[in-house]
Design a protein around this ligand. Structure first.
Ligand SMILES: Nc1ncnc2c1ncn2[C@@H]1O[C@H](COP(=O)(O)OP(=O)(O)OP(=O)(O)O)[C@@H](O)[C@H]1O
Length: 309
């Protein structure tokens, strides 16, 4: 399979020896009679790019919602840097260093790109309105620090030409990059990436892959990637967790996951021939999530509507 982009050698954190930043044990989440997550365990090391894959309804979004405090699991533990996250409200978890990008963009359309990124810094600001009036000098210094941090992100993600543009007017691929910038402005230790290339064409996807690798190299942020684009996952991820009906069916390096018979069967629903098993998973999955030659999703994919320029 043709590689998406020239990928520098993976950080390859030695998961067997490195102390994990995130440690998830036996996570179980139910909605009435539906078990969205069934005893799921995994860990993520600092600066690791960890991907979660699985067919629709497998439990990927539920994992994100447990990690950022939107859902409270019935049982299991989630620890970030040794601190328990279960039961904490989303704002407290964000303050501990968990940021998330949204598939449908979490930007304020009427605010400029710079102001959207400054909002990402909000929870790091120590000076409130009243104390800012009393301690004007301190508030000013803080503002300068935050603007400098935002400028670094703008430079890293090559967003200079769009800095003053209202977020609602940004081209789709740039808006997805600005969304990444907003999450990075929160100075996260762990970044949850929810379908960062959904609806993008091949060129935009390659750009995003490059920016994600640069973020990892320059900022050392641990990332969990949920993405249906199997080429992106297999090219970028250090390790992959495959879910099916809320159960972790395989965890390991992409090369192993893409040949795992349980993973292939989960995607193809048991209609797996011997020859299909002998092929790499991305090839097999390119039928499950078809792209045409331009790299755009198949015509029947509902995510193909609008956006991609
Ligand atoms: N708020 C909810 N109320 C009831 N059931 C839910 C809720 N959220 C998720 N579920 C169920 O939990 C299961 C896992 O859903 P989840 O959204 O985590 O899957 P997913 O892998 O993210 O799917 P997709 O790829 O389609 O986004 C599904 O059966 C879903 O219907």
């Amino acid at each position: 399979m043709e590689r998406l982009t020239e990928v520098p050698s993976r950080a390859s954190p030695d998961s067997a020896t490195a102390t994990p930043l995130l440690d998830v044990r036996d996570l179980t989440l139910r909605f009435g009679g539906v078990t969205a997550l069934d005893g799921v365990s995994f860990s993520v090391c600092g600066s690791e790019l960890f991907a979660v894959i699985g067919p629709n309804g497998a439990g990927k979004t539920s994992i994100f919602n447990c990690l950022n405090g939107v859902y409270r699991p019935q049982s299991g533990s989630i620890e970030l840097g040794g601190e328990s996250l279960v039961g904490r409200p989303p704002a407290a978890i964000a303050a501990l260093g968990v940021a998330r990008t949204f598939q449908n963009l979490g930007l304020f359309g009427h605010l400029s790109l710079v102001d959207n990124l400054m909002l990402g810094r909000h929870h790091l600001m120590r000076t409130g309105f009243l104390s800012g009036m009393v301690w004007w000098g301190r508030a000013r210094r803080e503002e300068i620090e935050h603007r400098a941090a935002v400028e670094e992100i703008i430079e890293l993600l090559e967003l200079e030409p769009y800095r003053a543009m209202p977020a609602g007017m940004l081209p789709y691929g740039v808006a997805k990059r600005a969304e990444l910038g907003r999450a990075l402005a929160m100075r996260p230790r762990l970044l949850l990436l929810d379908e960062p290339v959904a609806g993008m064409n091949l060129e935009e996807t390659e750009d995003m892959a490059r920016y994600l690798l640069e973020v990892r190299r320059d900022l050392g942020v641990a990332m969990i990637l949920v993405e249906h684009d199997m080429r992106l996952v297999m090219d970028l991820a250090d390790r992959v967790l495959a879910l099916d009906f809320g159960v972790a069916i395989a965890t390991g390096p992409p090369e192993r996951i893409q040949r795992d018979p349980k993973v292939i069967e989960a995607y193809l629903g048991g209609f797996v021939s011997d020859s299909a098993l002998s092929h790499a998973l991305p090839h097999t999955l390119s039928h499950a999530f078809p792209h045409d030659h331009e790299g755009r999703r198949g015509a029947g994919d509902p995510r193909d509507t609008g956006g991609a320029s």
